[in-house]
Design a binder for this molecule. Structure first.
Ligand code: SAM
Length: 293
């Protein structure tokens, strides 16, 4: 994957340093090349080509900086820069490597495609960890999502995995893009704190086998309830696709299949809801070790 931004040059309608006390680049037109580049990041093809993705809002930017991510671009509206905390954030983003940009609310709105956009929008280089680089000694908990399709579900699971101290999220097979605007939004900043790997099911199973990671799959075909399962020192919860669940051969290759008890008329739980129940059960089995809030 090409990780370099497509356009690092200033376009004709960039004028640098229009703000007192800051060397931010001022952008005056929605036709600016950098604005077009940032706007294109709502398309998967352009995210893949550039290796970049968008994160909206100060919270995402703060989480990224706190977790040592280097931003490629950070854009704040001129109005927002009147707030000392926004100016300070843009300066810190710039110090961390971002091209710091300012412009009108109208430009900001075109970047986020929202009427009420967040005051800051940033772009980061995508970061995916090789599964072989995941930590696999000591007490570890992982979550794997098989062919997850809904970016909201994916982002929510990453957020829950972060809150419950998981060591990584593994996307198995063909999944939705974790760097889409919707997925990033749903992580509420946890994307920047969580290791993410992508693997085929065979690669995933092989890695679990050679690192002593027990795979507990949540399935409508589970033989017993999720709280009767064994979550040993190293375990990985596997969740199925929103429509089809887990294929039979995948289920057969797991160490244990469990179901979450239900009543009422619902056929199943929403994927992210079921993942939360499973993630917290695996952590409960380890006496919520490490909890600090
Ligand atoms: N029709 C699909 C099926 O038969 O598996 C339903 C998929 S469900 C919306 C998405 C995933 O959430 C499932 O593959 C499973 O991993 C998990 N899930 C949802 N409800 C569950 C339950 N009651 N017990 C175990 N897993 C559940």
């Amino acid at each position: 994957m090409d990780n370099s931004p497509r356009d690092r040059s200033h376009s004709r309608n960039d004028s640098p340093g229009s703000h007192a006390g800051g060397a931010f680049e001022h952008i005056s037109s929605t036709a600016n090349d950098t604005v077009k580049l940032l706007r294109s990041l709502d398309r998967k093809k352009d995210r893949q080509e550039t290796g970049l993705f968008l994160a909206e809002g100060a919270r995402h930017a703060e989480e990224a900086l706190a977790n040592g991510w280097s931003p490629a671009y950070a854009f704040a509206s001129q109005a927002a820069l009147d707030r000392p905390q926004t100016r300070d954030l843009l300066e810190r983003m710039q110090a961390a490597g971002a091209r710091a940009l300012t412009g009108s609310e109208k430009i900001l709105a075109t970047l986020s495609r929202k009427d009420n956009p967040q005051a800051v929008i940033s772009a980061f280089r995508q970061r995916v960890t090789q599964l072989s680089d995941f930590p696999a000694s000591g007490q570890r908990r992982f979550v794997a999502l098989y062919e997850v399709r809904d970016p909201g579900n994916l982002g929510t699971v990453i957020r829950t995995a972060d809150a419950a101290g998981c060591d990584g999220v593994i996307l198995v097979g063909t999944t939705c893009d974790p760097f889409s605007v919707e997925a990033v939004r749903a992580t509420m900043g946890s994307l920047f704190a969580m290791r993410l790997a992508m693997a085929t099911f065979d690669e995933f199973r092989q890695w679990c086998g050679s690192n002593g990671v027990r795979v507990v799959a949540a399935s409508m075909h589970g033989q017993h309830a999720h709280d009767k399962a064994s979550y040993p020192e190293r375990s990985c919860i596997l969740m199925g696709n929103e429509q089809a669940g887990l294929p039979a051969d995948v289920e057969a290759a797991c160490d244990e299949l469990v179901r979450i008890p239900m009543m009422g008329k619902a056929d199943s739980l929403n994927l992210a809801t079921a993942a939360s129940v499973m993630i917290y059960e695996a952590w409960r089995a380890q006496a919520y070790q490490g909890a600090n809030r």
